[in-house]
Write a protein that binds this ligand. Structure first.
Ligand code: URA
Ligand code: SF4
Length: 217
């Protein structure tokens, strides 16, 4: 299957999913959307009221602000993949519960694997915690980290900046760093030499390096 086919399959499965209790309160599941070859992926928390109505991510107030932030970063919404850690709306917009995050995690993993983006932007603490469980958003927001070879950029959730306007300039400043991070990852990739793959034996997989986590900038 190619990336687009995998994303379509995940979306179809999410729409029918019965893996956690959020299935009872959803109107429409929100798998996420964007091109299969997106260079940047944005991961939020979970659908809110309007997302649940429409089955699309970030279409409410936070979504409008996200659109503005993308524009300030020189990005178009149509160019990026946008989704959430849980695909169905938590009732009353409560925080997702650990078992819900756990149940839904496989869909997100398949989306990340299919898209294989240069940069993953986490919006808010729940998506940050997937990659950086010990991190504090207040100290690392806007900083690029390499986690298992992927660039993760933790950002404040756009809704947080709407509730707390003093955060707004900081969020804008953080988003403006994205083109530079993207360029960095593209440049690094070009510099990685491509070797002819020899047939691997299964023992070749036993000495994988441990998870790496380092600050790049
Ligand atoms: N907030 C989120 O985290 N995700 C959405 O899709 C909308 C609002
Ligand atoms: Fe399934 Fe995720 Fe929706 Fe739970 S939140 S029902 S795991 S798609």
């Amino acid at each position: 299957m190619n990336a687009k086919e995998i994303l379509d399959e995940v979306a179809a499965q999410v729409t029918q999913c019965e893996k956690c209790q959020l299935r009872f309160s959803r109107k429409n599941a929100v798998p996420g959307e964007g091109p299969a070859n997106s260079e940047i992926m944005f991961i939020g928390e979970g659908p809110g009221f309007y997302e649940n109505e429409q089955g699309r991510p970030f279409v409410g107030q936070a979504g409008k602000f996200l659109d503005e932030l993308l524009e300030m970063a020189g990005l178009k919404r149509e160019q990026v993949f946008i989704c959430n850690v849980v695909k169905c709306r938590p009732p009353g917009n409560r925080d997702p519960e650990p078992q819900e995050l756990q149940a839904c995690n496989g869909y997100l993993d398949r989306q990340i694997e299919a898209i294989n983006p240069h940069v993953i932007v986490t919006l808010g603490r729940f998506s940050m915690a997937k990659f950086l469980p010990q991190a504090r958003i207040s100290s690392i927001h806007g900083n690029a980290m390499l986690v298992n070879g992927r660039m993760i950029v933790p950002m404040f959730h756009p809704a947080a900046a709407l509730h707390q306007p003093s955060l707004k300039p900081q969020v804008i400043e953080d988003f403006k760093k994205l083109p530079e991070y993207l360029a960095q990852m593209k440049k690094d990739q070009k510099e990685i030499p491509v070797f002819e793959q020899k047939e691997e034996t299964s023992s070749d997989h036993n000495d994988e390096p441990p998870a790496e986590q380092l600050s790049l900038f």
